[in-house]
Design a protein around this ligand. Structure first.
Ligand code: ZN
Length: 209
């Protein structure tokens, strides 16, 4: 599996593209569906993983699902976010281009395991429910590869905002504590900005109030 980062949208969201020999898996396709389709080349998108329901992480799924019959995974606690503008994009007014027919095919919960790819290429990814930024925020952990997609829960040197509707500061503290128990070399791929690793983010081990 080859992992690439593609910047999308005004908020410069990190969309991650996992390229298998016969398919593509996307994490947080927030915008620019045409750019993402170009990056996919001839390969079909089999799965879309959403770390949470905000527009800058989900905006392209309508267009991508028009093209491919793919599975879309998101935590059920963010269900309301997809089609409620005040929840999904609290910082900006509704724009005419926003689609309101976004659909999740597979609602996930803490501890769920998702199998991606087939045969020798198959990858197991575990869902870690990390509420706080939104009620249904999750991180996706690929233990064998030592990779964590942390969405807007954990950034390099910072935690996600909790001042949007559904945000909960005490909850994100607890979520970060949970992430702090992962192996220290685990590479962290956040929803915005630079990557990091669990060992470098020592402040998440209960030190910052
Ligand atoms: Zn967000």
């Amino acid at each position: 599996m080859n992992l690439r980062r593609i910047f999308v949208g005004n908020l410069i969201t990190n969309c991650y593209l996992m390229e298998f020999s016969d398919r593509i898996v996307l994490v947080d396709p927030g915008d620019m569906p045409e750019k993402l389709l170009r990056a996919c080349g001839d390969l079909p998108i089999s799965d879309i993983l959403l770390t949470h329901g905000h527009l800058d992480h989900t905006g392209a799924i309508g267009d991508l699902c028009d093209r491919f019959d793919c599975r879309v995974w998101m935590h059920e606690a963010d269900k309301e976010f997809l089609n409620d503008d005040t929840l999904r994009a609290p910082a900006s007014p509704a724009e005419p281009w926003w689609r309101h027919d976004l659909k999740v095919t597979n609602f996930i919960q803490d501890g769920d395991e998702i199998l991606l790819g087939e045969g020798d290429e198959q990858i197991l990814l575990r869902v870690i429910h990390t509420p706080g930024h939104t009620p249904g925020s999750v991180c996706f952990h690929m233990e064998e590869q030592g990779i964590l997609f942390s969405g807007d829960t954990l950034f390099k040197g910072a935690e996600g905002r909790t001042d949007f509707p559904g945000g909960d500061h005490a909850a994100i503290k607890e979520s970060l504590q949970k992430l702090s128990t992962l192996p220290l070399p685990t590479s962290v791929y956040p929803g915005h900005g630079f990557g990091t690793n669990i060992g470098a983010e020592d402040w998440i081990r209960g030190k910052r109030a």
